[in-house]
Design a protein. Structure first.
Length: 265
């Protein structure tokens, strides 16, 4: 990153634990969820430093429509609000590359990580933020219509894909902090809210278990941000966040990041 480098210090262990453990009582915990093991050798692809500005902070955003900011009339999404908060911490330029795709599922993200340009961008990143899993669970933005057997099968596939995603990211970039943003329940005001909330918490718990197996991968909870008065934070499609919902997510993510300048290693 030129003469200076940026350390991304994540003070999240206690915070994340409180939010995730708070949902365990309703979560289904009758099985363990194995994830792909990180590769034994983690090499960061060569990066042409001339492409990067002096002291520039490179952020790569991955995932689905939540990372694209669908539903925010300002167009900023949580990534924009996160960057606003980070700019209060540093005068260094922040470069954001948003590679998210609307409707993307975990298998699609896994395929995307095989693309040459995507690999190059990830290799340059200091910070990676991502949302994935909402389309694996809520097909087409609809309330849950899968039976328990189908839900378990979908979760097993999602967890397996997530492990491969983290392993691939760590292989492409062994240093960047990865912030994996969890799911919220957009249907918590409907009649089957108790069931859908239990399922979302279950998926979040499984995702956090996978994230914990990889270095510098942090599971960021959002369930609590939408648990009360959910309609105040949703767009008119009753699925994506609105401006205020994205602001809450962005501020949550930014609160876990402290930017500090260090001598170039």
């Amino acid at each position: 990153m030129g003469r200076n480098t940026v350390a991304l210090l994540i003070a999240v262990a206690v915070l994340s634990g409180v939010f995730w453990l708070g949902g365990l009582a309703l979560a289904v915990q009758d099985q363990l969820f194995p994830a792909a093991k990180p590769p034994a050798e983690q090499k960061r692809p060569a990066v042409d430093e001339t492409e990067r500005g002096d002291g520039e902070i490179d952020i790569v955003a991955l995932g689905d429509s939540l990372t694209r900011g669908t539903g925010d009339e300002s167009g900023k999404g949580y990534v924009g609000y996160m960057v606003d908060e980070l700019r209060r911490q540093t005068d260094e330029p922040i470069r954001v590359t948003n590679l998210a795709i609307r409707g993307l599922r975990s298998d699609g993200l896994l395929r995307q990580l095989g693309q040459k340009e995507v690999k190059r961008q990830i290799a340059m990143a200091d910070l990676i933020v991502m949302t994935i899993g909402g389309n694996d669970l809520f097909r087409g933005g609809e309330a849950l219509d899968l039976d328990q057997k189908e839900l378990e099968a979908a979760k097993r596939q999602y967890v397996a894909n997530l492990g491969r995603i983290f392993a691939t990211l760590r292989r492409l970039n062994s240093e960047a902090v990865i912030l994996a943003i969890g799911l919220y329940n957009p249907f918590s005001d409907l009649g089957d809210a108790k069931r859908t909330s239990a399922v979302v918490r279950d998926w979040n718990f499984a995702s956090a278990e996978v994230a914990a197996r990889y270095p510098n991968v942090v599971a960021v909870p959002t369930f609590d941000l939408f648990a009360l008065h959910v309609n105040d934070y949703l767009y008119s499609d009753h699925f994506h966040p609105n401006k205020e919902g994205y602001r809450r997510i962005g501020e949550r993510v930014a609160s876990l990041i402290t930017l500090t300048e260090e001598e170039h290693r």
